[in-house]
Design a protein around this ligand. Structure first.
Ligand code: ZN
Length: 341
């Protein structure tokens, strides 16, 4: 049911209890989904990427409460690299950082992936990878979508380390999905060889962000309550899987696969990579969760109104603390909306 309103996450949680990041990310995805759908189909124009990102960061600040710190930077600092932002899920010593480039789907379900930056026409995806690695982050695209793709994509993706089954019955959890930047790199590389970027293949492979970054203590796939270090380890493993799948696709192309046959390559996608194959992973994804880098430790102590300059320009840096001892509020505001599969 497109456009159906559903309750906002509570802004007045019970003392000592917090909404989970998974629920907030799922709510944000629904908000994005409905806003974008309405903008494309009912009340044009559709919102811009920057508006969606600003709103989503605002929702994180508002609904994750005192577990989140948000640092926003001036437009001047982002100019040279587009509109990347950083999201860190941490327990104050270790964590997983994502360097995020948002891409809004057009009415025709296409994304401006082959965007170039600067006088030298460097591909934005190449810069995203370079900048992410410089700050200890995993490079990802965050797709803003306005349609549901239940069936197909998620079944394949489930083998790439989804952490939970927390979804919304109307499919609006597909409003915000993650895709490895390495996957986009290989696809844009095909474009440079004169072949088309296969938008449908890319969005079908992308994963609802709440299901990759689930921090629920009793996640659907976990029988017992998870500690913060287990949550960080799980998120690390899911992001690693997603990235390895994204990276493993490029040898498929260079091996001479026929372009434009997405269905055939979905079979290849089912060949889940070996998680222990650390040599194939970027350094930031080898071993287990890494210690937080200096710029994040510095931000943990910083005033949100006066952040130190980021090592690489960013629109915003969002730090989400999943430390033990922070009880989570039951998802009562999702009753009737959430479907557990
Ligand atoms: Zn979840």
């Amino acid at each position: 049911m497109i456009g159906t309103a559903f309750p906002l996450p509570s802004t007045d949680p019970q003392v000592g209890q917090q909404t989970s990041l998974c629920e907030v990310l799922m709510w944000i995805a629904g908000d994005t989904f409905h806003w974008l759908h309405n903008g494309h189909h009912r009340y044009p124009p559709a919102p811009g990427e920057e508006s969606l990102t600003d709103m989503n960061i605002r929702h994180l600040r508002q609904f994750v409460g005192d577990r989140v710190k948000v640092f926003q930077f001036t437009k001047d600092q982002e100019r040279q690299n587009g509109a990347d932002w950083e999201l860190w899920i941490h327990n104050r010593t270790h964590g997983v950082g994502l360097r995020i480039q948002a891409k809004k789907a057009s009415k025709q379900s296409r994304y401006p992936f082959n965007y170039t930056v600067g006088k030298r026409n460097v591909y934005q995806c190449d810069l995203l990878v370079q900048h992410a690695l410089a700050v200890g982050c995993v490079p990802v695209y965050l797709l803003y979508n306005h349609w549901d793709w239940a069936g197909g994509g998620e079944e394949e993706a489930a083998q790439a380390g989804l952490l939970c089954d927390h979804v919304v019955a109307d499919g609006s959890h597909h409003g915000c999905t993650l895709l490895s930047a390495y996957r986009v790199q290989s696809e844009v590389g095909r474009k440079a060889d004169g072949q088309n970027v296969r938008h449908k293949v890319l969005w079908a492979e992308s994963l609802p962000w709440n299901r990759v970054l689930c921090d629920r203590r009793g996640a659907a796939n976990a029988s017992t309550s998870r500690s913060s270090s287990e949550i960080i380890s799980d998120v690390f493993a899911a992001v690693k899987e997603m990235t390895l799948v994204g990276m493993d696709r490029s040898p498929t192309y260079s091996a001479g696969s026929t372009p434009g046959h997405g269905a055939g390559e979905n079979v290849a996608h089912a060949q889940t990579p070996d998680v222990n194959r650390d040599d194939d992973a970027p350094v930031i994804l080898r071993g287990g969760p890494h210690r937080l880098p200096p710029h994040v430790l510095q931000l943990l102590e910083a005033d949100e109104a006066e952040p130190p300059a980021p090592p690489v320009p960013t629109v915003a840096t969002v730090l989400v603390d999943v430390s033990d001892g922070r009880a989570q509020m039951p998802p009562n505001w999702f009753e009737g909306c959430v479907r557990y599969r």
